[in-house]
Design a protein around this ligand. Structure first.
Ligand SMILES: Cc1cc2nc3c(=O)[nH]c(=O)nc-3n(C[C@H](O)[C@H](O)[C@H](O)COP(=O)(O)OP(=O)(O)OC[C@H]3O[C@@H](n4cnc5c(N)ncnc54)[C@H](O)[C@@H]3O)c2cc1C
Length: 294
């Protein structure tokens, strides 16, 4: 019987497990290894790890965590959660199951990318969503914003901090007169010709044959929980401006007693620092829930 089964052994899940490990609690992490930033070669904006490859940050964190004797690790996918508080069972897709008193969902989110040929192949390399993570490296160059909806307006208004901006509306956004005037004041160009595909590093091919070359592209993705686990066990979900996430209270407990959630899956906005902070808080709250069960 584990004190806590953490589903998702990435930044948030490991940060939670670290707090529990230091309280000598028995924790099993189950991880499918599909970290959201696996497409990027370097991570930025994470104190002490700025510019380090994401895999190296993860490996270092995992090694430190596994040094604690009460921590177990299972590579694989959690398929279902059964039971209730103090007696949960997690079944793995690869076979076998684990039993625990509490569950932590640190399962992250998936990005729904716009359906533009050539975009998915460049995701995390020259197409990004977060300017704080990848804007600096574009060196104040020409940046294209590929619209997906209302959040793209916000992105186009913010991004002049990082370069010379063209908003490619691509039939996904129609700025009104006031919004056009605002973008104009910020020096943002608007290009309304539909996009045919992306080629080269970040060259946008338009339906009229023109090709616009950029140092990098941004697009506002919509996010949703990575997998159906939370919904299937009855956790409430909620809409945010960035997509759908698991609803929790301030102690990171979901609407299902004994199941907690943290990281990208259960907060906005998203970053490594915020996921780690959220995970550390969830770990401490889980510990308190074990010390003072109601
Ligand atoms: C392209 C890109 C680049 C980014 N670059 C940066 C950056 O430079 N700096 C920054 O601060 N942020 C960056 N981010 C954001 C950052 O990746 C996330 O905020 C962070 O990964 C969230 O951590 P997490 O632990 O909540 O989720 P994740 O890191 O996504 O991890 C979730 C884990 O849960 C596992 N999992 C899911 N379901 C199951 C299941 N059923 N069973 C077992 N395991 C499961 C997954 O396989 C995965 O390992 C970037 C995001 C993207 C998309």
């Amino acid at each position: 019987m584990q004190d806590v089964i953490v589903i998702g052994g990435s930044y948030a899940g490991m940060a939670a497990a670290l707090q529990l490990a230091r309280a000598r609690r028995k924790v099993l992490l189950i991880d499918a290894g599909q970290r959201r930033n696996r497409f990027a070669s370097h991570a930025h904006g994470f104190l002490g790890q700025d510019g380090v490859p994401p895999a190296r940050i993860w490996e270092q964190a995992q090694a430190q965590l596994l040094a604690y004797p009460t921590i177990g690790w299972q590579s694989g996918s959690a398929l279902t959660i059964r039971g209730g508080k103090d007696d949960f069972h997690v079944d793995l897709a690869e076979g076998g199951s684990a039993q625990g008193r509490r569950i932590l969902l640190a399962t992250g989110v998936v990005d729904e990318l716009p359906d533009v040929p050539g975009l998915a192949e460049r995701w995390g390399q020259s197409v990004f969503h977060c300017p704080y993570c990848h804007g600096y490296e574009l060196d104040q160059g020409r940046i294209g914003v590929i619209a997906t909806g209302p959040m793209s307006l916000h992105q186009a208004q913010l991004l002049p901090e990082w370069g010379e901006i063209t908003l490619l509306t691509n039939a996904a956004l129609q700025p009104d007169t006031n919004q056009r005037a605002d973008l104009d004041r910020r020096g943002v160009r608007i290009e309304e010709t539909p996009i045919t595909r992306i080629s080269g590093l970040a060259d946008v091919e338009l339906a009229d044959g023109r090709v616009l070359a950029f140092a990098g592209l941004f697009t506002a993705t919509r996010t949703r929980p990575a997998g159906p686990l939370a919904e299937a066990i009855g956790c409430d979900l909620m809409e945010t401006p960035l997509g759908v996430q698991i609803r929790t209270d301030d102690s990171k407990e979901t609407s299902v007693p004994g199941i907690f959630a943290c990281g990208d899956a259960a907060r906005v906005p998203h970053s490594l620092s915020l996921a780690v902070g959220d995970g550390a808080w969830a770990g401490a709250q889980l510990h308190r829930a074990l010390v003072w069960p109601d």
